[in-house]
Design a protein around this ligand. Structure first.
Ligand code: MG
Length: 340
């Protein structure tokens, strides 16, 4: 693509972007739409410092260039143009999800109240009147870009807060709330696709004794070490390990049958054993260990996630009953492939 620095001279203008590609990537992109090349030159000169400028000479080009990645941050739009008017272009942009959020500033000599109302009702952000007054254009552009930046910063902050709200601060794992949402989502997905959903529920053995014996700070440290160790056994990006609460962890394994559940559970059991973390709190338990219940189901309408969780919980209880440091795996009645 040509990269032209157009300062003056209508003859040198092409429909190509002025200098977008030579600019710093962080600078906002402004798309200037005008069928009058003199106006394009003028606006380009006004705004080229600190912005990447993209231009279009008619409505069709404007649509094309607005859709082009990276998308413009702001559009300055002439209203009166042959074929498609600026209003029509704006209307089209607002209809498309990819371009709907780009603020459109109309630049026009038509400043009747009726026109302004029409432009604003079509989703235009502002009106700037011709003839162009440089300071006004710069100020308006600056205002809208500032608003845009603030809006994006808020969105980023919102995303961060959302992420924090589903994170367990002690271990950095997903918390109970995030787990509930994830399980519900995966349940619905597997219900639609008819695939297996695997679940492991883990509990640290004699953890109350551990806290009583070593103190809560050591208890926290133990949970953190376990979180890291268990997470290392969860290898697929689609799987989720979460802190269920207290000294309980859960692991959701999408598209995983009983055999896969057993493998992951076994790996977790073994990895915790290999930590060789002393547990002097209770008679009969020299090392920190976990008990694990595991199950898998092809979700169907008659079951709920609650029952699925209960099943895993029962199997965990069974592992405790069998002397802890144990994995017990079983399917639900309809889906039981391998028994335990
Ligand atoms: Mg015009």
């Amino acid at each position: 693509m040509n990269s032209l620095k157009v300062v003056s001279g209508v003859g040198a203008m092409t429909e190509h972007d002025y200098d977008e590609n030579t600019k710093v990537a962080e600078e906002p992109i402004i798309l200037i739409v005008d069928d009058d090349r003199l106006n394009l030159n003028l606006l380009n000169d006004l705004l080229k410092d600190g912005h990447r400028i993209r231009v279009a000479l008619d409505g069709q080009q404007a649509l094309q260039r607005a859709r082009m990645e990276p998308r413009p941050d702001l559009i300055l739009m002439d209203v009166v143009m042959p074929k498609l008017t600026g209003f029509e272009v704006c209307e089209q942009l607002k209809r498309e999800a990819a371009t709907a959020d780009i603020p459109v500033l109309f630049i026009t000599a038509r400043t009747s109240e009726e026109d302004e109302i029409r432009g604003l009702s079509l989703g235009g952000a502002d009106f700037i009147s011709k003839p162009i007054r440089p300071e006004i254009v710069r100020a308006r552009v600056k205002t809208h870009l500032t608003q845009l930046r603030q809006k994006r910063e808020l969105q980023v902050m919102h995303q961060k807060l959302l992420a924090l709200s589903i994170q367990d601060p002690l271990t950095g794992l997903t918390n109970r709330r995030g787990f509930d949402e994830f399980l519900q989502r995966e349940w619905s997905r597997c219900l639609r696709s008819g695939s297996h959903l695997g679940l492991l529920m883990l509990d640290v053995d004699h953890f109350k004794c551990y806290n009583d014996h070593y103190g809560h700070l050591q208890g926290d440290d133990c949970l953190q070490q376990l979180a890291i160790t268990l997470a290392e056994q969860v290898r697929r990006p689609s799987d989720l390990l979460a802190r269920f609460g207290g000294e309980e962890f859960v692991c959701v394994l999408p598209d995983t049958g009983l055999e896969g559940v057993r493998q992951v559970g076994q790996a977790m059991l073994q990895a915790v054993r290999e930590l060789n973390r002393p547990h002097g709190g209770c008679p009969g338990s020299a090392w920190v260990s976990v008990s694990i219940g595991g199950t898998s189901i092809v979700p169907h309408g008659e079951h709920t996630t609650q029952q699925f969780l209960q099943k895993a919980d029962q199997l965990l209880y069974e592992a405790k009953r069998r002397g802890r440091d144990t994995l017990v795996v079983s399917g639900s009645r309809q889906n039981d492939v391998a028994g335990q």
